[in-house]
Design a protein around this ligand. Structure first.
Ligand SMILES: C[S@@+](CC[C@H](N)C(=O)[O-])C[C@H]1O[C@@H](n2cnc3c(N)ncnc32)[C@H](O)[C@@H]1O
Length: 331
């Protein structure tokens, strides 16, 4: 998964010509008109006030994709809320130089206010809001499998014909310790297979070091630990997206299809807490976005013909219930 998604220049997220949205393989909330950005600005303004309008307030977006959300947030802040850009800065963390170029073209109007970084390691002293929209589901995971009460990890190799094949090897120490702590019950279920996303721990620790005082907003799809390692969910959550179709085979279209797994929000919360963040909210995307809505806004969405897009963000058959929001604070 690491190689397929992130191998320099050839991985799904590191290659040239990657497209997200209609021309690509999947949609995210940022691609549903301006609604997500309009609503997020309402929330950002609340958080800005809570932070008592610090001098160096920043909005930092990790993995901004095609740059739509940044464009919508900037436009909304400047045009609808008359915020002058001299009192805030927008940081974008983009690992792919090709996407950075696309973002620079899209955001040409706002270049004076935006700063690009190629890794979260470069961020420091942030006062403000950090946004991660569908980032954690894109981290490489380890797949484990239980066989006769023993824990194995799934490795990948090639056979004599050069085809990818899976090979089970004894689980590494970290995998074993994780399962002991978070999902011991699965050791009794023969054939049980799922994922663990250890990369989240390192990532959230780095984010915590980068934030001096502020809020972290995480939007992603997933469940709490109990739901995640439900005995019935015995095939895990790994899915691949290719040209708006879903498959469960990461060994095809390598480097050309997205590979994702659902996020374990309990574990993410624990690691965030251990690294200095305090949880403020955990709720469905639907509940979060609806709480930011009022009649005036609904009227505006109707006028701008954005109601259908709003529905896709909040209805259960859209992203409303699959996607959750986690909000953390650090000071
Ligand atoms: C599913 S896409 C979401 C893109 C965008 N946020 C959106 O909503 O359209 C996942 C993004 O996470 C980014 N990503 C994954 N690991 C990252 C890391 N360590 N640092 C920064 N970005 C990362 C990928 O490059 C990719 O752009």
């Amino acid at each position: 998964m690491e190689l397929a998604l992130y191998f320099p220049n050839l991985g799904y997220y590191t290659r040239d010509n990657i497209e997200i949205g209609k021309e690509g393989d999947f949609f995210t909330a940022s691609h549903l008109g301006k609604v997500f950005g309009i609503l997020l600005v309402r929330y950002i303004k609340i958080l800005w006030e809570k932070l008592e309008y610090p001098q160096n307030f920043s909005i930092t977006e990790i993995g901004p994709g095609m740059g739509y959300l940044c464009e919508d947030i900037m436009e909304e802040l400047l045009n609808e809320h008359n915020i002058t850009t001299s009192n805030f800065q927008y940081n974008l963390v983009e690992i792919n130089p090709y996407l950075k170029k696309r973002q620079q073209e899209r955001l040409a109007k706002y270049l004076d206010y935006i700063r690009w970084y190629s890794s979260i390691d470069e961020l420091f002293n942030l006062n403000g809001v950090v946004i991660c929209n569908e980032i954690f589901d894109a981290f490489p995971v380890r797949i484990f499998e239980v066989k006769k009460g023993k824990l194995f990890e799934v490795y990948v190799t090639i056979d004599e014909k050069g085809d990818f094949i899976e090979k089970l090897m004894p689980a590494r120490k970290e995998t074993f310790e994780f399962i002991q702590e978070s999902a011991q019950h699965v050791l009794e279920i023969d054939g049980y297979r799922s994922e663990i996303n250890l990369r989240m721990k390192d990532f959230i620790e780095k984010l915590s070091k980068a934030v001096k005082r502020g809020f972290l907003l995480i939007f992603d799809y997933g469940w709490n630990n109990e739901e995640y390692y439900n005995p019935q969910r015995n095939k895990g959550t790994l899915l691949c997206y290719y040209k708006h179709t879903i498959n469960e085979n990461p060994y095809i279209n390598v480097g050309l299809q997205d590979i994702t797994s659902h996020v374990n929000f309990s574990v993410l919360q624990k690691w965030a807490n251990d690294s200095g963040f305090k949880i403020i909210e955990y709720m469905s995307q639907s509940k979060f976005l609806v709480s930011l809505c009022d009649e005036q806004l609904l009227e505006r969405l109707k006028k701008q013909e954005l109601i259908d897009k709003f529905k896709r963000l909040i209805l259960p058959q859209g992203m409303g219930e699959t996607h959750k929001v986690l909000i953390f604070f650090k000071s």
